[in-house]
Design a protein around this ligand. Sequence first.
Ligand code: GLA
Length: 746
Amino acid sequence: MITIQDNLFVLQTDHTTYSFLKLPSGHLEHLHYGPSIDTTGAAEVLTQKCRMLGGNGIAYSKEYPLLGLEDRCLEFSALGHGDVREPFLDITFENGSRTSDFLYADAWVSEGKMPMKALPSSYGGAQELHVLLKDSVYYAELELIYAVFPACDVITRRAVIRNQGEAAFTVNRLMSLQLDLDDSEYVFHTFTGAWAREMNHQRIPLAQGKWINESRCGISSSMNNPFVMLSRPETSEKAGDCFGFNLIYSGNHCEMAEVNAYGKTRVITGIHPEGFGWRLGPEEELESPEAVMSFSAGGFTGLSRNMHTFVREHIVRGEWKKKERPVLLNSWEAVYFDFDEEKLLAMAKTAKETGIELFVMDDGWFGTRNDSRSSLGDWYCNYEKLPGGISGLARKIEALGLRFGLWVEPEMISVNSRLYREHPDWAVDVPGTLHSEGRDQRILDLTRPEVRTWLVDTMSAVFSEEGVSYIKWDNNRIFTDIFSRARENQTEFLHRYYVGYYEVMDQLTRRFPHILFEGCASGGNRFDLGVLCYMPQIWASDNTDALCRAFIQTGLSYGYPASVVGAHVSACPNHQTGRMTPLATRFGVAAFGVLGYECDLAALTPEELAEVKKQIAFYKEHRRVLQFGDYYRLVNRRYNDFEKGVWQWMTVSPDRKEAIGFYMMEQAVPNMSFGKFQTAGLEEQAMYRFRDVGEKEEEWLVSGSLLNHAGIKLQQAYAGHYRREGMRPFADLDSRLYIMSMILNP
Ligand code: GLA
């Protein structure tokens, strides 16, 4: 519900209130974002009281001598009139000035939610608030747009700048979200990393100064995911205030948390201003990507629940939105580039026997691609490897009873390709200068309409091959040597690239609604809400090591639901770390995402194959709760004198009738033999059967309240030299899966 009354703006979701005030000067003062409140009297009580400005304070104007923008919580800020924090908007006008003065002009509420013009956006919001601000000197107009999603306590934010004057101006930055909070007792949470070690959870206590989570590599990046949080220092998994922010965008982004000289905190998120500059001519407009924010007083769990629901209900779309995702076998770690039809069919045959549903042919099927040095752009089948072509192979795979899918990396071009020989100017590079290399490939200039048309046509031909029901869309190079021969203004390039990329994705996903798309960018280098608007799942990391995945998937779980996280069981020693991990643990970790296998199944022993078969049967039986259930982080790597790396998590069906739990321990500790599994989210009044999968160590009939608040004391673990009947063998990296099922008629 959105209301505007007596200059007070109030946005209500089911459990939160967001409120701001129009001041007599026309500025917007932020008043509250947090738990739901009755806003009677808020305009007088929550506004900042000011009887004098400090020694060198700047008053906004003569008319408003007590309004200092430097120390106010504002809905929006720009440069030049005293607010010296990071601005939301920065414009250089024709006369060279960067001072602007956008003041309130109008506001209205609209029902439902409008899609954006050139960028992907969320859908299904209840209402939108539009606030119009005008700079009367330069005839510029700024519209701030807020959309409310009551049930998941999310409010989205975005802005549109319009030039209504006669002279062009340059937008140096147009952010998506500004949130000013009136104190600084916060911890800024970011998710950082690199290739194969994505989503490390960083916690940065704020103090006067600025912390920036950013990507400057032209892609949302594995270095700094655009999802960040702000919490109170005491916030825990189960309780306390927590804000979450994300951006529906895949390019350069930045999320800044700044504490000013008066202890106020400002959060700004949006396209990274570094390198950005958009020339806005008369009558033109520029829209910022949509930012997502949510508040929960229920700790990180509460915040994650909001984000998961939002992503599942209002970001992911199309046929696969709520469909259970198939269990796949991917050829990459099994054979890399070294395959032919016979090899693939042999793999598919074993895959079918284990219960796998989808066979994915990864890199290496096109052009003359036998390594990563050639052929990107030559999207025609290599008939030496696949004599029957793609559809020939697909038909044979389908005849085995599997669905078929393949890998593409459409945004790239290899210098060693027919495409490059025909269109060298389609590659992003700076003419006449040395080009920096990345996997021997360059980026296609998607700012050019003819390149986009070629791409849509070429991919349409591939996707139309008979039997193609899944596409892994990869992107393995970050941006360097940024330049488009088709543009004058190179500072617009990166944003125009993404506008082009989204246009391509929009056309292809509309044209091929049945295809299940999985995003990928050297693993999780583009794990963001922009991609998820088109592709319902993303390959989370090239790292398939189960222990590393526990970190990566836990990091992701703060902001993203399991249904969007691609997770595979792979061979041991693991190809990224060399680590040996029990097969059960590899499965247990991957099962809390969209499960796949990525190994040579023929190399497994008959016992291992039988185990894989059981795993897949288990996963299929519980797939709905594993992919779409309510996820809880129970123990986040407890590491102390007594326990060396304990992880526990679980997922509960929305009706709470079924739950699956996971318990893993990195290192066995001698003479510390007891373990406990304490749940969350079960129906307190109901009775549950609690049992482990496989070993028949545990079988208990207990109440949800006991499980939630006391937990199960598990069987004694193998603790030294002696092993007795009924003990729970638990060595390094061992794990258990637990099933909890509600007893309907006890
Ligand atoms: C990237 C992907 C991998 C695989 C290879 C193929 O690294 O992340 O999963 O598809 O490309 O070249």
